[in-house]
Design a protein around this ligand. Structure first.
Ligand SMILES: Nc1nc2c(ncn2[C@@H]2O[C@H](COP(=O)(O)OP(=O)(O)OP(=O)(O)O)[C@@H](O)[C@H]2O)c(=O)[nH]1
Ligand SMILES: [Mg+2]
Length: 203
């Protein structure tokens, strides 16, 4: 492992939106050259490392999903070599599941840090809009509170949760997530060659 680079694992259930998130961070459309493959069925079969062309000090690992056909949950963290990563981003979607809990516990047992990213909230909003009682802010609050409640523990009283849509980067918490990543990863003493707007601010 290259010690000059911060290795960030992007993990979570199959279909949660891990590869789409990495494309969003790298400012790539799904069909762009070099984009991580995404799909409606289980897609990522091998851990794959992606760097940002302008910011090579951080690498994002696109991992297969936990609990899919590629890698059963029992073996997942071992097979994905969780010990080799410096930082984790857990991508969740829809419900908070036992897989999310398993990942959180494993990462915490290693004394490593993570952010929890609740993806695909655009889909939740679209579905909630069908109700006559629809309230956008309330819907987002409910999702956020559920994530926080499931993540909270004695060792993690104030979990960091970001609600995003990889298809609508200007909405929800995407910018805050990039800022938080910038801050947290910088703390790990990776030098910053410069900053540019929004996602490019990454290290
Ligand atoms: N509406 C919406 N769809 C999304 C979002 N993120 C991902 N998707 C869609 O969800 C499906 C799965 O996305 P992927 O990024 O391939 O998910 P993954 O977690 O990498 O899946 P595996 O590699 O199979 O584990 C694709 O059809 C994406 O287009 C999002 O934020 N909003
Ligand atoms: Mg994938």
């Amino acid at each position: 492992m290259n010690t000059a680079t911060l290795e960030v694992a992007v993990t979570g259930a199959t279909g949660a939106g891990k590869s789409s998130f990495i494309n969003a961070v790298r400012e790539l459309g799904e069909d762009d050259e070099g984009a991580a493959p995404t799909g409606e069925t289980e897609t990522t079969a091998q851990p794959t490392r992606y760097t940002h062309p302008r910011y090579p000090h951080v690498a994002f690992w696109d991992l297969p999903g936990i609990g899919g056909q590629v890698c059963p949950a029992d073996d997942y963290t071992k097979k994905m070599s969780f010990d080799q990563y410096d930082f984790f981003i857990i991508i969740g979607s829809k419900r908070f599941t036992e897989y999310d809990t398993l990942l959180v516990k494993d990462i915490q047992n290693r004394g490593k840090k993570f952010f929890f990213v609740r993806s695909q909230v655009d889909t939740d909003i679209r579905a909630a809009e069908r109700r006559t009682s629809f309230n956008r802010q309330q819907t987002l609050d409910t999702i956020r509170q559920d994530c926080v409640r499931n993540l909270q523990s004695e060792t993690l009283p104030d979990p960091q949760v970001f609600l995003i849509s990889s298809h609508q980067l200007d909405e929800f918490d995407f910018d805050q997530l990039i800022d938080a990543l910038q801050e947290d990863l910088s703390e790990q003493k990776v030098s910053a060659p410069g900053r540019s707007p929004r996602v490019c601010a990454l290290l």
